[in-house]
Design a protein around this ligand. Sequence first.
Ligand code: NI
Length: 173
Amino acid sequence: MALLNILRYPDPRLHNVARPVEQVDDYIRQLADDMLATMYDAEGVGLAATQVDVHLRLLVMDTSDGHNQPWVLINPEIIARSAEMRRSDEGCLSVPTIYDEVERHAIVTVRAQGRDGQPFELEAHDLMAVCVQHEMDHLLGKVFVEYLSPLKRERIKTKMIKKTRDEMGRRRA
Ligand code: NI
Protein backbone atom coordinates (compact mmCIF):
# COMPACT_ATOMS: atom_id res chain seq x y z
CA MET A 1 0.00 0.00 0.00
CA ALA A 2 1.38 3.40 -0.94
CA LEU A 3 0.58 6.87 0.28
CA LEU A 4 -0.21 9.16 -2.63
CA ASN A 5 0.59 12.83 -3.01
CA ILE A 6 -2.52 15.02 -2.62
CA LEU A 7 -2.74 18.00 -4.98
CA ARG A 8 -3.23 21.29 -3.21
CA TYR A 9 -5.51 24.12 -4.31
CA PRO A 10 -5.02 26.14 -6.53
CA ASP A 11 -3.23 23.43 -8.52
CA PRO A 12 -4.83 23.61 -12.00
CA ARG A 13 -4.96 19.80 -12.19
CA LEU A 14 -7.76 19.92 -9.61
CA HIS A 15 -9.92 21.32 -12.41
CA ASN A 16 -9.48 18.34 -14.74
CA VAL A 17 -12.69 16.45 -15.50
CA ALA A 18 -12.39 12.73 -14.72
CA ARG A 19 -13.14 10.04 -17.32
CA PRO A 20 -15.25 6.98 -16.55
CA VAL A 21 -13.47 3.85 -15.35
CA GLU A 22 -13.89 1.33 -18.15
CA GLN A 23 -12.86 -1.78 -16.27
CA VAL A 24 -12.40 -2.47 -12.59
CA ASP A 25 -9.05 -4.24 -12.77
CA ASP A 26 -6.02 -4.68 -10.51
CA TYR A 27 -4.84 -1.15 -11.25
CA ILE A 28 -8.17 0.32 -10.13
CA ARG A 29 -8.33 -1.88 -7.00
CA GLN A 30 -4.76 -0.88 -6.06
CA LEU A 31 -5.60 2.77 -6.67
CA ALA A 32 -8.68 2.50 -4.44
CA ASP A 33 -6.64 0.84 -1.67
CA ASP A 34 -3.88 3.45 -1.92
CA MET A 35 -6.47 6.25 -1.88
CA LEU A 36 -8.07 4.82 1.27
CA ALA A 37 -4.65 4.54 2.96
CA THR A 38 -3.88 8.13 1.91
CA MET A 39 -7.25 9.39 3.15
CA TYR A 40 -6.91 7.69 6.56
CA ASP A 41 -3.31 8.89 6.89
CA ALA A 42 -4.41 12.48 6.21
CA GLU A 43 -7.39 12.08 8.59
CA GLY A 44 -9.91 12.90 5.90
CA VAL A 45 -13.40 11.44 5.38
CA GLY A 46 -13.26 11.38 1.58
CA LEU A 47 -10.84 11.51 -1.32
CA ALA A 48 -11.45 11.72 -5.06
CA ALA A 49 -8.99 10.32 -7.63
CA THR A 50 -8.68 13.85 -9.07
CA GLN A 51 -6.96 14.90 -5.84
CA VAL A 52 -4.19 12.35 -6.37
CA ASP A 53 -3.81 13.42 -10.01
CA VAL A 54 -5.61 10.41 -11.50
CA HIS A 55 -8.44 11.66 -13.65
CA LEU A 56 -10.81 8.71 -13.42
CA ARG A 57 -14.28 8.60 -11.85
CA LEU A 58 -13.38 6.97 -8.56
CA LEU A 59 -13.76 8.18 -5.00
CA VAL A 60 -13.32 6.72 -1.54
CA MET A 61 -14.90 7.77 1.73
CA ASP A 62 -15.44 6.77 5.32
CA THR A 63 -17.66 8.99 7.43
CA SER A 64 -18.08 6.47 10.25
CA ASP A 65 -17.10 7.42 13.81
CA GLY A 66 -14.80 4.42 14.07
CA HIS A 67 -13.09 5.04 10.69
CA ASN A 68 -13.79 1.41 9.87
CA GLN A 69 -16.45 1.60 7.14
CA PRO A 70 -14.59 2.31 3.91
CA TRP A 71 -16.55 2.89 0.72
CA VAL A 72 -15.20 2.72 -2.82
CA LEU A 73 -17.39 4.35 -5.46
CA ILE A 74 -16.46 3.82 -9.09
CA ASN A 75 -18.34 5.73 -11.80
CA PRO A 76 -20.73 7.27 -9.23
CA GLU A 77 -23.91 8.92 -10.48
CA ILE A 78 -26.50 10.74 -8.38
CA ILE A 79 -29.89 9.23 -9.27
CA ALA A 80 -32.04 11.06 -6.69
CA ARG A 81 -31.70 14.20 -4.60
CA SER A 82 -33.85 15.50 -1.75
CA ALA A 83 -35.53 18.85 -2.31
CA GLU A 84 -34.39 19.72 1.19
CA MET A 85 -31.06 21.51 1.27
CA ARG A 86 -28.71 21.79 4.21
CA ARG A 87 -25.76 24.05 4.97
CA SER A 88 -22.75 22.67 6.78
CA ASP A 89 -19.07 23.35 7.25
CA GLU A 90 -16.80 21.60 4.78
CA GLY A 91 -13.10 21.10 4.57
CA CYS A 92 -10.93 19.43 1.95
CA LEU A 93 -7.60 17.59 1.99
CA SER A 94 -6.61 19.74 -1.01
CA VAL A 95 -7.37 22.95 0.93
CA PRO A 96 -5.91 22.20 4.39
CA THR A 97 -6.94 24.32 7.40
CA ILE A 98 -9.84 25.97 5.51
CA TYR A 99 -13.43 25.29 6.54
CA ASP A 100 -16.52 27.07 5.28
CA GLU A 101 -20.25 26.59 4.82
CA VAL A 102 -21.63 25.05 1.65
CA GLU A 103 -25.26 24.21 0.83
CA ARG A 104 -25.93 20.67 -0.38
CA HIS A 105 -28.87 18.34 -0.87
CA ALA A 106 -29.68 16.80 2.52
CA ILE A 107 -30.05 13.29 1.04
CA VAL A 108 -28.74 11.86 -2.23
CA THR A 109 -29.04 8.43 -3.74
CA VAL A 110 -25.93 7.36 -5.64
CA ARG A 111 -25.44 4.49 -8.05
CA ALA A 112 -21.87 3.27 -8.44
CA GLN A 113 -19.70 0.20 -8.82
CA GLY A 114 -17.82 -1.08 -5.82
CA ARG A 115 -14.24 -2.28 -5.51
CA ASP A 116 -15.44 -5.65 -6.86
CA GLY A 117 -16.91 -3.97 -9.95
CA GLN A 118 -20.47 -4.81 -8.90
CA PRO A 119 -23.10 -2.05 -9.16
CA PHE A 120 -24.87 -0.89 -6.01
CA GLU A 121 -27.02 1.97 -4.79
CA LEU A 122 -26.39 4.01 -1.69
CA GLU A 123 -28.73 6.46 0.02
CA ALA A 124 -26.49 8.96 1.75
CA HIS A 125 -27.61 11.14 4.64
CA ASP A 126 -25.93 13.64 6.96
CA LEU A 127 -22.12 13.77 6.68
CA MET A 128 -22.06 11.01 4.07
CA ALA A 129 -24.42 13.03 1.84
CA VAL A 130 -22.14 16.06 2.16
CA CYS A 131 -19.06 13.96 1.51
CA VAL A 132 -20.31 12.17 -1.59
CA GLN A 133 -21.49 15.44 -3.19
CA HIS A 134 -18.17 17.11 -2.33
CA GLU A 135 -16.13 14.23 -3.80
CA MET A 136 -18.28 13.99 -6.91
CA ASP A 137 -17.65 17.70 -7.48
CA HIS A 138 -13.91 16.92 -7.47
CA LEU A 139 -14.48 14.43 -10.30
CA LEU A 140 -15.99 17.30 -12.30
CA GLY A 141 -13.00 19.51 -11.53
CA LYS A 142 -14.77 21.54 -8.87
CA VAL A 143 -13.28 22.39 -5.46
CA PHE A 144 -15.66 23.45 -2.63
CA VAL A 145 -14.10 26.91 -2.35
CA GLU A 146 -15.71 27.66 -5.73
CA TYR A 147 -19.04 27.90 -3.87
CA LEU A 148 -17.65 30.76 -1.76
CA SER A 149 -17.49 34.44 -2.69
CA PRO A 150 -14.71 35.51 -5.10
CA LEU A 151 -13.18 37.57 -2.31
CA LYS A 152 -13.00 34.61 0.08
CA ARG A 153 -11.68 32.39 -2.69
CA GLU A 154 -8.86 34.82 -3.50
CA ARG A 155 -7.90 34.98 0.19
CA ILE A 156 -7.82 31.19 0.38
CA LYS A 157 -5.75 30.99 -2.80
CA THR A 158 -3.18 33.43 -1.41
CA LYS A 159 -3.07 31.58 1.92
CA MET A 160 -2.58 28.19 0.24
CA ILE A 161 0.21 29.46 -2.02
CA LYS A 162 1.99 30.94 1.01
CA LYS A 163 1.48 27.76 3.06
CA THR A 164 2.89 25.57 0.28
CA ARG A 165 5.90 27.90 -0.13
CA ASP A 166 6.57 27.91 3.64
CA GLU A 167 6.42 24.13 3.78
CA MET A 168 8.80 23.75 0.83
CA GLY A 169 11.18 26.18 2.53
CA ARG A 170 11.10 24.11 5.72
CA ARG A 171 11.78 20.94 3.79
CA ARG A 172 14.92 22.45 2.23
CA ALA A 173 16.18 23.80 5.56
NI1 NI B 1 -12.14 17.79 -1.18
